[in-house]
Design a protein around this ligand. Structure first.
Ligand SMILES: Cc1cc2nc3c(=O)[nH]c(=O)nc-3n(C[C@H](O)[C@H](O)[C@H](O)COP(=O)(O)OP(=O)(O)OC[C@H]3O[C@@H](n4cnc5c(N)ncnc54)[C@H](O)[C@@H]3O)c2cc1C
Ligand code: SF4
Length: 836
């Protein structure tokens, strides 16, 4: 990778050295490729997509690339190298970019068939072939690469173990607290983690791996072993040629990347930098590549372009878990203080290390690394907002807006500062993230900065008065959610794979979508095509709540909410709910939405609880979904002296009509039997208030952090007109809103606002009402209860386990205490400041 970056820097440099001829001698059978995203090869990214160097690049610059023929010897006196095939090539300057090799601990049996390393595409091909015949896999090493390897084995369906010598995972990048949270999250995904554990021997049976003996004598049965216990610089060639190497390996170089031979440079993971470190990350390697290219182009050393060291910041998604460490992550600076937020059961840990003078020194983020892209560039600067605003969950208060200076390095892989990204927009007419990538290379390394780049581009365009597209994410940069909805509807697309293939950006390592587009498209597909939310590909698109058809609560337990339309429930129904809650020891609460919520169920209890609820005639209340929640009602005309219409009957009818309707955000409704408004219909997405003449329909209200009163859409409607108007209003909203946009925000955003909506749904101004009616009709006809359908399918029921590799074993960390004669979750949340 670093060799390729060197070639790019050299060929981009001005002035180009006269008579420059470049020969690349490569050991691997293919051109340079992206090792950082290597794991995506298992999920279908091809070797071509990972490639960093195409035919055009080599041809344009006249570079002679010779593959599959490694250099065996260097003759420094003659200034030649000789390859394995016996070719001798002369040089004026030799650049060594030989990288590193995976370290395999010399344990007995380490070379038994079934033992692998994780570095090249060929290694992955071998692992994949072995995994097809295997049931269990062990990864030795719980660092970054080890966890990536574990993720790949798990995805291939193996029972996976990680064996780590240190007391925690990712010991280099994160601290004890972060390690604990990461371990728990990774175990939740079915990987068994063994820390403080060494490898004593590999068990060989009949010439193949059959097990592994750990340092405490435990034997793990396994079919394959992947060693990922660190890397060592490949300095053998340099050593043999008499170049200086470090005590623990690495070709010694100065700040200009020169070895002790002025005609030989060394860059990347094979080099021992002037600060005494061998860097195993791409960003420092790329910085070295730039420095080395500069020496060749500019002649005498350029004091402004030196490499004296780099920080070890990393941000990744490992097995779907966000992990980031930056700057002084371990808080070693004298007198520093640490601000901690930790909620291990929700799987979030955040730590900021702050110097005595208030400067941000570093941090660790696990489970929610959203803030990384903004925090890392601020390392070394005073915090612009109080630290708690940066670590508390978004729901606890507004996040601090961090104004980054132009000098802040946004993409650390390619060393691109915010000012360069802004200049791409203002001076090179770039309008989106792919444009920034092409123009500046920012965002093309590890990808951790892509979100921040998007924000900078949007801000810059807005400042220039240019209207920005509201593209869903990088994978669907050209389309808003509303446009994708239309595409899915018109073309009858039924799968995420087809949509991204035909209309998204399916290139590169993140080709299978992200946490923004997957649930958004999942919701579009669910609202249009019906079908069970856990069917086939749909299941993988859902977030945690939908995944288990229940609401995840703070201590890792779930709540169960049966639908009770209109809040009307028979004594028998109440008794059933009470018996279930008693038998499973659940906390019960009557909610503000007229339902009974039962809290404290574990994942494996959910099917049994629902079995009894479904048998008693209850169905899923969709409290977990971006879907209709409740239609609340007052008692109405039947019982109330003031009532002028039957609000309960209407609320029941509306709830049954729209139950299960998937939408961009949750939907709430209410019906009041007279203008006294006991059901608070005007604070709902759609609310109905009875009048002597009929029904008034209000839309676009909500409670929450920014409450908003609903607006009157139409008055004195008869029953059928009311239903038809609500049908059309909801379908128009579902069709045109952005992801996670409540009706209130949607109404204030869309051109023409309420008047436009009224014209469309009541006067058919766009001529789409027949279409909207048809869509709602299909929803009503095809509705089926998700829980009843889940219980009828043993395959679906099998998902409801706490541990994939130990079905039937409840999660021992989900704990409760007692309060007011009911259970209460045991929480671990805390915000803490501690000094050093
Ligand atoms: C699975 C995986 C995930 C990673 N994830 C990240 C990440 O998220 N972030 C990050 O910063 N880094 C990551 N890395 C590390 C990153 O890939 C390396 O830092 C980077 O590849 C180093 O580049 P390099 O050019 O020094 O070495 P390499 O990319 O390994 O290139 C060295 C090349 O030299 C060739 N070679 C060696 N000896 C000879 C010889 N005698 N003759 C000819 N050719 C020779 C090798 O075959 C190899 O192709 C990851 C690595 C792996 C394997
Ligand atoms: S809204 Fe009117 S009908 Fe309903 S309970 Fe209140 S007073 Fe009675």
């Amino acid at each position: 990778m670093v060799g390729q970056r060197f070639l790019e820097a050299l060929t981009e440099a001005e002035p180009r050295p006269p008579g420059l001829r470049i020969t690349v001698l490569a050991e691997e059978p293919r051109r340079a490729y992206d090792r950082v995203h290597l794991t995506s090869w298992f999920s279908g990214t091809t070797a071509e997509e990972l490639s960093l160097c195409d035919d055009a690049f080599a041809a344009e610059h006249g570079i002679d690339i010779r593959l599959g023929d490694p250099v065996e010897t260097i003759d420094r006196a003659a200034r030649t190298v000789t390859t394995r095939a016996g070719h001798t090539v002369g040089y004026d300057t030799l650049v060594l970019a030989t990288g590193s090799y995976p370290f395999v601990p010399p344990v007995p049996g380490h070379d038994t068939p079934g033992c692998f390393v994780y570095r090249t595409i060929e290694d992955l091909e071998a692992i994949k072939a072995a995994a097809e015949r295997a049931r269990v896999g062990v990864v030795v090493g719980g660092g970054l690469l080890g966890l990536e390897a574990a993720g790949a084995l798990t995805a291939m369906g193996l029972d996976t173990h990680v064996v780590e010598f240190a007391p925690r995972l990712m010991a280099l990048q994160i601290d004890d607290g972060g390690g604990r949270v990461l371990r728990r999250k990774i175990q939740d995904l079915g990987v068994t983690v063994h820390t403080d554990a060494g490898t004593r021997a590999i068990v060989d049976r009949a010439g193949r791996v059959a097990g592994m003996v750990l340092s405490d004598g435990t034997e793990l049965a396994t079919d394959l072993v992947v060693f990922s216990a660190g890397v060592r610089p490949r300095d053998r060639l340099a050593r043999a040629a008499g170049l200086a190497v470090g005590e623990r390996g690495g070709i010694v170089v100065d700040e200009y990347c020169r070895t002790d031979d002025p005609h030989v440079l060394a860059i990347g993971e094979c080099a021992l930098a002037v600060d005494g470190r061998v860097y195993g990350l791409v960003a420092p390697g790329y910085a070295m590549a730039e420095v080395a290219a500069r020496q060749l182009v500019a002649g005498p050393p350029d004091p402004d372009r030196t490499f004296t060291g780099a920080d070890l910041s990393t941000s990744l998604k490992l097995l779907g878990v966000d992990v980031a460490g930056f700057g002084d992550a371990h808080g070693v600076a004298e007198d520093c203080v640490e601000v901690l937020y930790s909620d291990p059961l929700a799987g979030v840990y955040k730590k900021l290390v702050i110097g005595a003078d208030g400067r941000l020194l570093g941090g660790v983020l696990v489970g929610d690394a959203e803030a990384y892209a903004q925090l890392r560039p601020l390392t070394g600067s005073p915090l612009p907002v109080p630290p708690e605003q940066l670590v508390l969950p978004a729901a606890a208060g507004p996040r601090g807006q961090l104004a980054l200076p132009d000098t802040a390095v946004v993409c650390s892989c390619h060393g691109v500062a915010k000012g360069t990204i802004r200049a791409a927009v203002t001076e090179h007419d770039v309008v989106d993230v792919p444009g920034v990538k092409r123009c500046t290379k920012a965002g093309t390394g590890c990808g951790g900065c892509v979100k921040l780049i998007g924000k900078i581009v949007t801000e810059e365009l807005a400042a220039a008065g240019i209207e920005t597209r509201r593209g869903l994410c990088e994978h669907f940069a050209r389309y808003t959610r509303a446009e994708l909805y239309e595409i899915v509807r018109v073309k009858g697309i039924g799968s995420f794979a087809r949509l991204i293939d035909e209309h998204g950006s399916a290139e590169g390592p993140d080709a299978d979508g992200c946490e923004v587009c997957k649930p958004a498209v999942g919701s579009i597909l669910a609202s249009l095509s019906g079908g069970h939310i856990l069917d086939g590909e749909q299941a993988a698109l859902q977030d945690t709540n939908d995944h288990f058809l229940a609401n995840l609560q703070r201590n890792g337990s779930y709540s169960v909410v049966p639908r009770i339309p209109g809040g009307e429930v028979t004594p028998e129904g109440l008794i059933t709910i009470g018996e279930i809650a008693r038998d499973f020891g659940l906390y019960t609460k009557i909610t503000g939405g007229q339902r009974i919520d039962m809290f404290g169920a574990t994942v494996d209890q959910l099917p049994s609880i629902w079995q009894r609820l479904v048998a008693a005639g209850f169905e899923s209340g969709h409290a977990y979904g971006k879907a209709l929640r409740t239609v609340k009602s007052c008692v109405g005309q039947t019982w109330c002296r003031y009532g002028v219409q039957d609000s309960v009957a209407l609320a029941i009818e509306l709830e049954l009509r729209y139950r299960g309707l998937r939408s961009p955000h949750k939907l709430k409704s209410a019906v009041s039997g007279c203008t006294r408004e006991c059901a608070e219909a005007q604070s709902k997405d759609f609310g109905v208030i009875a009048t002597a003449e009929g029904w008034n329909l209000y839309v676009g209200g909500n409670g929450g952090t920014t409450p908003r009163h609903a607006e009157l859409l139409a008055s004195d409607l008869d029953h059928d007109t009311l239903i038809r108007t609500i049908d059309r209003f909801l379908m128009l909203y579902i069709r045109t809103a952005d992801r996670l946009e409540r009706t209130a925000t949607w109404l204030t955003r869309i051109e023409g606002g309420l008047d436009h909506v009224r014209a469309v749904v009541m006067d058919d101004a766009l001529g789409i009402c027949a279409d909207l009616d048809e869509l709602m009709g299909r929803h009503v006809e095809t509705y089926e209860d998700e829980w009843a359908a889940t219980l009828a399918d043993p395959e679906r029921v099998r998902r409801f386990v706490s541990f994939a590799n130990a079905p039937g074993v409840p999660d021992p960390t989900v704990r409760f205490t007692a309060e007011r004669e009911q259970i209460k979750p045991v929480l671990f949340e805390r915000l803490e400041v501690r000094g050093r």
